[in-house]
Design a protein around this ligand. Structure first.
Ligand SMILES: Nc1ncnc2c1ncn2[C@@H]1O[C@H](COP(=O)(O)OP(=O)(O)OP(=O)(O)O)[C@@H](O)[C@H]1O
Ligand SMILES: [Mg+2]
Length: 469
């Protein structure tokens, strides 16, 4: 069967793209970092090896409709342009001048990919397609009674089915090509630099260097949990529950104050502030959530954070519960203290369980994902969970995980102030009359846990003024 050698196409390709496009294996994989030229290579391969044969039917698959429309479909139309006779947009179908056709489908329901026989198939971003996609697609590749070619273009996602097919079960039929983002000569250096600054550690190895990354010993989070949280979309909902913010306040030597806002399991907003005094901008951001159900704020109160928390308490309406949290302190209950070395371990463990149960969505920030993937845990001599110290982490090259901490605080299940408040309420109920309970200084929301005498004179007189005797 005559094929047009890609050298003769009026297209320039990077070296890896060229090798991939010319490769003749039945099944091939172009493993590339973000923007490494994967979609481009996939579309050119179709052109060079298949489309030029008459009366063939090809299938292009992408994980979701937006990915299909914005990447695979668009890239294909651009590159196939001169050979196209008709584009049937409503059916996502392309008819070529020689009578061949290509149809575009999403993999969100792999069963729907069953249908007529095909002569070739290209799966873009294959690693985030359901594993059944592969089996179903190669099952259809027998048009004209011969096994048809299939190729995958994707950024790796841990050691999932793509690894299984092309590494574990690699054989005479399979070939793999790998390209890092920085090796795509068609990207601007500024773009590459800005991408590189957003990724760290193993996550950078996966997303930019296109390496298959396995879960590291002692990693707090598993890859597939993080990927799940990244893929599930998240939106604010009118009756979606209370909105909670977590704030990691920049300490000495750290450059960002980070705020995460979530509603139930859904992450709605993340902002990182570089200002030397970020109180104003953070407050403005929080105020924008007040009318959308913001009820609770958990803010890091260690060091500088203490002033920050006081400022929030003074500036926000009294109905907002502002919890100062010092994660270096004791776990929240005696029971938790038996299992965790400190509050940080308790809260990170709770976060881990949430991710494991799939109860986090909308986590798209690459730096947060990088930081979460870098957190290690171990056990102390008493067998309690402890999170690797910042010093040890920085020895491994991981920077301070501010964004992960803010997220952890946003998802913190129960907090010190809150528990003191509950305890205070409990004690108060034993000794106070119902009338006294109504006194504002006895209300847990006012000053949880702190005795009357410990309040400032200003606050005392303010409360006395508000009391209805
Ligand atoms: N051979 C090439 N000639 C010209 N431009 C190219 C070539 N390969 C890639 N590019 C350009 O580089 C950019 C990234 O390419 P492409 O979209 O194919 O990468 P990708 O790896 O699929 O990216 P993503 O991770 O966003 O899906 C695009 O602007 C594309 O036009
Ligand atoms: Mg692409």
């Amino acid at each position: 069967m005559a094929t047009t050698a890609p050298e003769r196409l009026p297209l320039s390709l990077s070296r890896t793209q060229r090798e991939f496009v010319q490769d003749e294996h039945l099944y091939s994989l172009f493993l590339g970092g973000i923007g490494a030229g994967k979609s481009h290579a996939g579309a050119v391969k179709a052109l060079a090896q298949e489309v030029i044969r008459p009366n063939t039917l090809g299938l292009v698959v992408a994980p979701t409709y937006p990915m299909l429309r914005d990447a695979s479909w668009r890239t294909s139309l651009e590159l196939w342009g001169p050979l196209i006779a008709e584009v049937v947009r409503s059916e996502m179908r392309v008819v070529f001048k020689n009578g061949s056709e290509a149809i575009f489908r999403t993999a969100d329901d792999p069963e729907r990919l069953r249908g007529p026989n095909m002569s070739w198939a290209w799966i873009d971003e294959a690693a985030i397609c359901h594993p059944d996609t592969w089996k179903i697609v190669i099952g259809r590749l027998r048009q004209h009674g011969r096994a048809g070619r299939a190729w995958l273009t994707t950024t790796p996602k841990g050691m999932n089915w793509v690894y299984e097919v092309f590494v574990t079960r690699a054989g005479d039929d399979t070939a793999m090509f790998r390209a890092a983002t920085r090796l795509n000569p068609f990207l601007s250096t500024d773009y590459v630099r800005s991408l590189t600054s957003q990724y760290e550690g193993e996550f950078a190895a996966q997303e930019l260097e296109a390496e298959f990354i396995s879960d590291q010993a002692g990693a707090l989070m598993e890859w597939k949990w993080l990927e799940g949280a990244r893929e599930r979309p998240a939106h604010w909902a009118e009756r979606g529950g209370e909105v909670v913010a977590g704030i990691d306040v920049a300490g000495p030597g750290e450059d960002e104050t980070v705020v995460y806002v979530r509603q139930a399991s859904r992450i709605l907003e993340m902002r990182a502030f570089q200002d030397s005094d970020s109180r104003g901008p953070v407050l403005a951001m929080l105020q924008s959530w007040l009318h959308k159900g913001l009820k609770t704020i958990n803010a890091d109160s260690a060091g500088q954070g203490w002033y920050f928390v006081e400022h929030l308490k003074d500036s926000l309406p009294a109905t907002i519960e502002v919890n100062g949290v010092n994660v270096g302190e004791r776990p929240s209950t005696d029971e938790a203290a038996e299992r965790n070395a400190n509050l940080k371990a308790e809260l990170y463990w709770a976060l881990r369980e949430r991710f494991r149960d799939g109860a986090v969505s909308g986590l798209t920030d690459p730096l947060t994902l990088s930081q979460l993937s870098g957190i290690r845990y171990g056990h102390d001599s008493r067998g309690r969970v402890k999170i690797e110290s910042k010093d040890d982490a920085s020895k491994r090259g991981d920077k301070s995980p501010d964004r992960a901490e803010a997220l952890m605080l946003a998802f913190a299940p129960r907090l010190q102030d809150q528990m003191l408040a509950t305890a205070w309420q409990g004690q108060a109920a034993n000794v106070l009359t119902p009338d006294e309970m109504r006194m504002p200084w006895n209300a847990p929301s006012e000053r949880p846990g702190a005795p009357w005498a410990a309040q400032s004179a200003d606050k005392q007189s303010d409360w006395l003024g508000k009391a209805t005797w």
